[in-house]
Design a protein around this ligand. Sequence first.
Ligand SMILES: [Zn+2]
Length: 390
Amino acid sequence: MNSKKAQPEDDVAIPGLDVAKAKRYSRTKLAALLLSTLWTLARLAWFASDRRAARLQASIASGIPDRRLAAPAFFAATTALSWLSSLPVAYFGSHEVERRFGLTKQSSRGWLGNQAKSLLLGVLLQTPLLTAAYAVIRRRPRDWWLIIAGASVPLTVALSNLAPVLLMPLFNRFQPLRDEALAERVRALAARSGVRISDVYEMDMSRQSEKPNAMFTGLGNTKRIVLGDTLLAGFPPDEVEAVVAHELGHQVHGDIWRLIGFGAGAGFGMAWLLSRIAPLAVRRTSEQTGVSELADEASLPVLALLMTAMGFVLMPMQVAFSRAIERRADRFAVELTRNGEAYARAMEGLAAQSLADPDPPRPVVVMLYSHPPIVERIRAARDATAQIPQ
Ligand SMILES: [Zn+2]
């Protein structure tokens, strides 16, 4: 089958996984990601150069009598333009590829409808945030980075609380899990792990994707377990339970807070670096952009370019942190259910249904993988079972 150098992964064959197809899928996704990244860099550079952003800003300002509305109007317009110019590449990378590999049954129209909702949310959220951020930059030229990074922490917490209640119902339908026997098992498992949940829900994830999934949403009183219909359809109860146990692991370990903490740390670092580099970059490019001050709203594309570049540096650290968290939740799941075999089979089912690459190239894992490669997770689950004292 695979004649290249023997890797430890080779001893794990995943039942039901079409390896050649999975390889093709991951290569195509990688190419799509590369294309979309280059496209983002190119359109930002294009928008910044030849004074395009500055000219757009000036023409919007001249058409609006109230000067206070000029900045929000400019940000709303750039958000919409950015959405529009990224649409063709997004269509290819996140819809067409999925459709061709049989990983979504969503129609192009349905996909576009979701994109339109995202645009609306983007404009509603980004316009006030960008307006406020630039007001801070203008008024606090020395410590704006500290204020913005500081303010984004409670904003992130608030948004991750509100998203399941306000945003997610815009895209999917939720209802209490109809399989009462399974719901009872899940509740018992949660109780055993000491996690308090309000209820167990199911969600029509198959609207967007065939990939099976489960998650926790909400905090405090609204904390709930949500199971995808894609998971419920293809997985026996003990495997569903194993997947839920993994999610419970995240809860027990407080991983949401860890991720928010990591994000806040990265946010402060990035904002500080930006405060050193951005004013210089804006001045250096003023000939082409027609923008000489960072506080000028038309500096947005230059700022976005710098942030994209920083994102590349941050990415491997972020995903390494995430992989460590995921590994621990995997271990927790096996210990809680005392059924590593069910966990391993759930992961195999997940791999087959999501076309997971059984041995992704190491650099790709380092750069992009938020979870350990699936074969590692399967092997770890079987190894852990052997170690559980009976
Ligand atoms: Zn996880």
